[in-house]
Design a protein around this ligand. Structure first.
Ligand SMILES: [Zn+2]
Length: 132
């Protein structure tokens, strides 16, 4: 056993690999982090360009694992999209051109540019009706 390992994923860090392996085990897929003993992992936090390999011992398990990882990535991407759309409002400063991001609850208020401290109007809110 152990002769034919099927690599189903490579990650940049051992920590990321551990998270995925733990998640896979929750789904009933037994996976192993390879390259854990790679000295580069501990010296630099990263392995070589190929990264840390996550392998399983069986081709059928590999197929199941890959399918699960597609779903895993999809959920992660969705979470990232949700995190990115926390409704920050971007305002470009008329004075210096710097784009500042303000929380959605600041819509309709006046804030200061992060670049030059000029006052900028954060659009939004019911009273933001001026066309120009
Ligand atoms: Zn500015």
């Amino acid at each position: 056993m152990g002769e034919n390992l099927y690599c189903i994923r490579r990650t940049a860090t051992v920590e990321e690999a551990d998270v995925i392996v733990a998640w896979l085990e929750d789904q009933g897929v037994e996976a192993t982090v390879m390259d854990r003993d790679n000295p580069g992992v501990f010296a630099f936090g990263l392995t070589d360009a190929e990264g840390v390999a996550i392998c399983v011992a069986d081709e059928a398990v590999a197929e199941k694992g890959k399918t699960l990882l597609v779903e895993h990535d999809r959920q992660r991407d969705l979470a990232m999209v949700n995190a990115a759309t926390t409704d920050d409002i971007e305002v470009k400063c008329d004075a210096c051109g710097q784009v500042s991001a303000f929380a959605a609850e600041l819509a309709g208020t006046t804030q200061q540019c992060v670049g030059c401290n000029e006052y900028v109007d954060v659009p939004g809110g019911v009273e933001a009706s001026e066309a120009d």
